[in-house]
Ligand binder design. Structure first.
Ligand code: F3S
Length: 395
């Protein structure tokens, strides 16, 4: 692999041991992927920081990086952690868990990370078209690549961490313009507003399941996506079932081709096929313990809809639990909302926190990604649209 003089110096240890080791990892990964050089990244988003997911081994790695003088070379934000950093006492967690989660965040903060603790960094600090970034978290990667036209591969948690320290990533795959061309054409033929095609996350999940990997050019889906939240649910679903890091979506992607490329495989999907994926993700629940919203995190706009519903309908009959970034809510509001059966958490999400510790075994969700991961964690899950889920909270 070609390395610049500066990179050679880092590899010799001129910029410290941790940066040296981080660059060694990045170079090794690059060589394995066939990269001919590295590229500087302008910022990073690191996932895999919940103590529930990374456990003691992850904590020890992060502590060691800090102890040996590791710092981030580029502005670095963090994905949701395993608890709300202010309301953790309402989440029924053990003292050891809380202490270790704080240690993880504090170490990363000391290395220079900004603890946004959200999976929608693209709404807070959106990268530009063509900008090279190092992002973990599949929904964020898909939004950055597909909607903003930024460049990142699907960097797993540890790799994004090392790239953030090294300030560089292998120049390969989705970072290279020529590798961002569609490999398969997915044509969506849905009856507008049918039961399944109203679930944009389900459509994304289904496409992810049948395509698996590569770059789908997706046409016709815009008819089922009428706002940015549904687009985010769609992308989160798309990234769940396979390894897709870029979808070229008619009307939404700046790099979507004007004409369907010739010679690529064509797949047509209809409502009937969505039914199979729906049955894989959802079961009917008579008495759900809670309605959980915000996978990906809600923005101010969706949260306002939740508040407006509470204002017009009063106290909900079932627990509504909303997850959103701390920067998008006035925290003085949060405790007052509990009297309406609305619980709001920042810094964490329904998948990486411990819902069972909060007395929840069955949930209604509006996200196919949440349905997939919560089912795999043993929860009973029913998938609905955002509006239907909210309505259920009052029935
Ligand atoms: Fe975000 Fe957690 Fe879902 S990180 S996309 S809310 S699984």
């Amino acid at each position: 692999m070609y390395l610049t003089a500066e990179e050679e110096k880092i590899l010799k240890g001129d910029k410290g041991l941790v940066k040296q080791k981080a660059l060694e990892v990045v170079v090794k990964v690059g060589e394995a992927l066939g990269a001919e050089k590295l590229v500087k990244v302008t910022n990073a988003h690191v996932s895999g920081i919940s103590y529930k997911n990374i456990g003691d081994a992850g904590l020890e790695l992060i502590e060691e990086l800090l102890l040996k003088g590791g710092t981030f070379s580029v502005p670095t934000s963090l994905n949701p952690a395993g608890m709300d950093l202010k309301l953790w006492n309402l989440m029924n967690l053990s003292e050891a868990y809380v202490e270790k989660q704080f240690k993880i965040i504090n170490c990363l903060r000391s290395m220079g990370a900004k603890p946004l603790l959200t999976c929608i960094p693209y709404l807070i600090n959106p990268p530009n078209l063509g900008e090279q970034v190092a992002w973990g978290e599949s929904n964020a990667i898909l939004y950055a690549n597909s909607i903003l036209g930024a460049r990142t591969n699907r960097e797993g948690g540890p790799l994004a961490l090392f790239e953030a320290i090294a300030g560089r990533a292998p120049y390969v795959d989705l970072r290279v313009d020529e590798c961002r061309r569609p490999t398969v054409h997915v044509v969506c033929r849905f009856c507008k507003r049918s039961r399944f095609s109203r679930l944009s996350g389900l459509i994304g999940f289904h496409i992810g399941s049948i395509v698996g990997s590569g770059i789908p050019y997706i046409s016709g889906v815009h008819k089922c996506i009428d706002n940015d939240y549904n687009l985010r649910l769609f992308l989160a679903g798309l990234g769940t079932a396979g390894g897709i890091g870029l979808g070229l979506i008619e009307r939404f992607s700046p790099e979507a081709p004007k004409e369907v490329p010739k010679g690529i495989e064509k797949l047509e999907i209809s409502d009937e096929e969505l039914k199979d994926s729906y049955e894989r993700l959802s079961t009917d629940i008579e008495r759900p313990d809670a309605i959980t919203l915000g996978c990906p995190h809600l923005s101010k706009l969706e949260f306002r809809k939740v508040i407006e519903t509470i204002r017009s309908r009063g106290k909900a009959r079932r627990r509504i639990i909303a997850f959103l970034p701390r920067t998008m809510i006035d925290s003085s509001l949060v405790t007052n909302l509990r009297r309406y059966n609305l619980e709001v958490y920042n810094d964490t999400c329904m998948v990486v926190c411990d819902l069972k510790a909060m007395g929840i075994e069955s949930v209604i969700v509006d996200s196919a990604k949440a349905a997939y991961y919560l089912s795999s964690q043993g929860y009973e899950v029913q998938l609905m649209s955002f509006n239907d889920a909210l309505r259920c909270a009052f029935e």
